[in-house]
Write a protein that binds this ligand. Structure first.
Ligand code: ZN
Length: 175
């Protein structure tokens, strides 16, 4: 049975730690952690969640892009657990986009990210995946990878005027 986990909020020191790589992919506890993360992400209407957000300082996150009230144009994909994820190449083409975070409630920020990235990660079954991600999914990956290094999206806004409330953000999206 998967369970909803408490999501840590900005200010909690765990969110600022550098997470450690998962050494034992066959650890039976890992499946439970992944199921709990997926359930927590789903219940919170998130498009991604990283293990440190639920106080587990390991290199694991879920990418679960789908349209939601906050991201009406997000593509739909099966929620995917990515273990020991890495960026191996970047397009170098930076695009700005609005981001939020389950650990930074009520705020949105405009953040520059690479439009396309080449990544690798291990699946929950220990298979090495090497793929190219673009646009919104590439943005989620970069945001979640930051969590594993103790970085939150407000650290990435180039100007503090690019930080706005969720209510103001909704006006922009639905204008
Ligand atoms: Zn986040």
């Amino acid at each position: 049975m998967s369970k909803m986990l408490k999501i840590l909020e900005i200010g909690n020191p765990v969110l600022r730690q550098k997470s450690t790589a998962i050494a034992n992919i066959t650890d039976p506890e890992l499946d439970g952690t992944i199921a709990d993360l997926m359930a927590t992400c789903d219940a919170a209407n998130g498009v991604g969640i990283a293990a440190p957000q639920v106080a587990s300082s390991v290199r694991l996150f879920i990418v679960a892009s789908r349209p939601s009230p906050r991201y009406p144009h997000a593509p739909t994909m099966a929620p995917t657990a990515m273990i020991n994820p890495q960026i191996v190449d970047r397009s170098g083409e930076l695009v700005s986009g609005w981001e939020g975070c389950l650990s930074v409630p009520g705020l949105r920020g405009s953040v520059l990210r690479d439009r396309a990235i080449e990544v690798k990660y291990l699946t929950r079954h220990g298979e090495l995946v090497h793929q190219e991600l673009t646009d919104f999914v590439a943005r989620i990956f970069q945001h979640e990878l930051d969590h594993l290094d103790g970085i939150l999206f407000p650290d990435r806004v180039s100007n503090s005027t690019d930080l706005i409330t969720e209510a103001e953000y909704m006006k922009i999206v639905f204008d």
